[in-house]
Design a protein. Sequence first.
Length: 261
Amino acid sequence: MTTTSARDPRPFPSGDLWIRRFHPAPEARTRLLCLPHAGGSASAYFALSKELTPRVEVLAVQYPGRQDRRGEPLLDSIEQLRDGVAGALTPWLDRPIALFGHSMGAVVAYEVARLLSRDGGTPPAHLFVSGRGNPAQGVSMPLDELDDRAMITALDELGGTDIGLLADEDVLRMVAPAIRSDYRAVRTYRHGSGPLLPCPVTALVGDADAMAPVDEVDKWREHTSADFRLKVFQGGHFFLSNQFREVGELVYDRLSYSLSM
């Protein structure tokens, strides 16, 4: 584990490949750790980082097996991803930290929040979950068992990917293993028993998201003993991609509420 100062101006401290920091904000009161969707990478949150800086310092998770970590073994369980994120997070806990996860990232963020809250630990300041329904409800679609093209086509029909970006077979072969591994993690995840989260939770969803119906996303309220809010945006599963300003304002407002408690 790295011992580099959390105020190191580089995108990530030496020896830690899990955390990216695109826009250092040393004067920010709090940090926001963002966890990508299945098949996604840290760069998915560059725009949100730019939107929130310098009010909030945004960190983004880079899972193994993609972009500059493409040579590393993939992790195909939520628990493995949780443990990797939590292990890399220690140097960044000198300020209050909130978690933001989209789709698969919402479940990983939730499990990291549970881990941080366990046994008298310090829970996150806030948990933001986006594009994912009730974590206690399993996902039965065996997308990871399909061949590459069938898997991507099925995801496209559900609004879970942009098939136009994957029309090139070379690109598809490069990214399909990470998508497959992540959807195996999603399919095999089982919600374990435990106390409710003690931190506020805000759930975000697109009103046309076939993968996360609004009524299922609203059930996140069952997993916290603190304040819960649901925010519905226009759009499908990837409503975030063109509404970072609105999402950023919501995040900042909710974080300001959490820090004032």
